[in-house]
Design a binder for this molecule. Sequence first.
Ligand code: BGC
Length: 755
Amino acid sequence: MKQTIGFIILLLGLASCSGGSVSEEEQFVGDLLAKMTLEEKIGQLNQRTGQWEMTGPAPKNDNSQQLLDDLKNGRVGSMLNVVGADATRKAQKLVVENSRLGIPLIFGYDVIHGQKTMFPIPLGEAASWNPDLAKLSSQIAAKEAAAMGLHWTFAPMLDVGRDARWGRVMEGAGEDAFLGSVFAKARVEGFQGDDLSSELTIAACAKHFAGYAFSESGRDYNVVEIGGESLHNLVLPPFKAATDADVATFMNAFNTIDGMPATASSYLQRTVLKGQWGFDGFVVSDWNSIGEMIEHGAAANLKEAAERAILAGSDMDMEAHAYVGHLKELIEEGAVDIKYIDDAVRRILTIKYRLGLFEDPYRYCDENKEKDLIYTAEHREAARKIARESMVLLKNNNGILPIDKEVKSIAVIGPLADDKDSPLGNWRAQAIPNSAVSLIEGVREAAGSDVKINFAKGCDLSIGKRTFFDFMTINEDDRSGFKEAIRAAKKSDVVLLAIGEDAFQSGEGRSQTDIGLAGLQMELFDEIYKVNKNIVVVLMTGRPVAIPEIAEKATAILETWHAGSEAGHAMADVLFGKYNPSGKLPMTFPRNVGQIPIYYNYKNTGRPGAEGAGQTLWSCFTDSPNSPLYAFGHGLSYTSFTYSDLKISENVISADGNVIVSVTVKNSGDVAGEEVVQLYIQDEVATYARPVIELKGFDKIALAPNESKEVQFSLTNAELGYFHPNGTYMVEPGTFKVMIGGSPSSTLKSSFEIK
Ligand code: BGC
């Protein structure tokens, strides 16, 4: 390998002296490519999992032996699930010291919302409407992941999700393409920084390309039927934003989209991504998504699947073994041109080059860094700040929150009240099990010794095993803890009731037809309600939940999501008023599952306006209102904000013109607070009907009591147009309504014309 590195350094020198238009990077990659055999090239396209004892003396089964051989012989270009400075060094060494060209592996892992220090689940973080926080948490996650030998995260997930039945909504930024695009950019910038080769950054991966969140009925992996207008306006924008932020890699998706497996979609991967958007990184398949084309009925066998995937622009094969098994034959038969292999290899080598792996394949494998940089007090402090800013106050009657200083006793009840694990959420990377600060711990610390805390769990949420790979068994019968909980509630001034979802109720493969509260939780609520009406529900969920009765009866509801390592501290900060809540929902909470899909930016029907149940011959339900329980953009504060002076700089503009929209926002309450100022538009008449309201700008501002600020937004053709189903972007003439407020429903309105 020393020789290889020497050769590489020589090449770098030559390239820099040449003065030609070929960059050092291109020169290096091109020269390396020229030296590779076909088998070595195909090896670079092969990604294998390392869920075997890398750090142990020997692999444990036959597969592992095969993997060792593959690694030593240059038949693997990347591994996932090998984590830790020591484990990654060992795997890297096998490859670098034994394979002919010693091309280093790139190690990928699902670092979704933290590596060891856990941040709120991404859906929660999006509720902060503060992209700087997402950038910060991604930065820290990258630092911790890089210190554990990793080069690459399979994040951010950019699937715009309108269906709360789909368990993976927890991984995304919610239902809106504009909000999703802002967070996409922030997360990519956070993971990657300015320099991929820094030992503090890792490559990001925009996934799942594309349409995965639109799986029919919210059932994971199900087919997607979406159409061009939604594809271009709703699904693709966050991916475009990630591309513009120079994301290093993409992952395609399990689903078919209008019958075409995403993995075989040349339109998505070649025409749009690599063609129109000029993406120069590589695309990894999702886990065996190449192989799954056979089940889809889109390939007769793995060989055909390999052919379709490589031709469509899927560069790296995650665990289908399709490329390593069949590409050579396909080339020899002339079914696949070598240019496709070369292009894929070039892309992968380029990212490895940018990561600095050719300079030093072990640069990320540093045990000392691993000890020093992970799970630090500083990272946990950031996790606390991010978590509290992610929480959404859904309801707060009688000003029950923040908890009054006069309160003498607080009951902390519920299956999640002392849970130190669920707040870590699903997709928790290397989080230490049971390491989160629980609600009860946070409350005990914050309440001080003068307040009596009466803790009683009431009931368990699940029974037995709960892991990433196992479905949980919900407790449906054991009410033995109810009595104590009722006693605790009776003797307390206020009840904090911690209910919602276990970490493993959401995430991959966790679709639900019922998104109410599982098990005995509703019953527990009702029993407590009989003896104490001052109930503050502390909701912990990985998705929007349908809780109409709770919404009616609880005095307050604080949605805390799965808030990460510092969950309990952050919850206490909000509950006791140390932090004034500022989160707004990134996804609509339905009243019932039958309303799904439900989202704020709907298009009118030909028979709109009939709100409420029971009006025949209008577009409504006979048994439920159309309106949601809590809308996208909703979230309360301990103070109030008043909006005035909405101004638009021009009455009439041309299609390539722009307007400045301004508004004055005043903190009209008596405590300091932060407000998310939201700008919406409606293109009133267009060739293809547009949504009645669409987010096109937001700004989070901090205001002291009585303080006012003017907030300005610019609306340009980037915000005012939309994609026709064929992908053509148009700004069409007509009237545009402008709406500004603290939620889509409480808004000031005005309009302007495009002529
Ligand atoms: C998921 C991806 C993930 C991959 C690797 C798949 O099942 O869909 O999001 O990155 O596994 O763990």
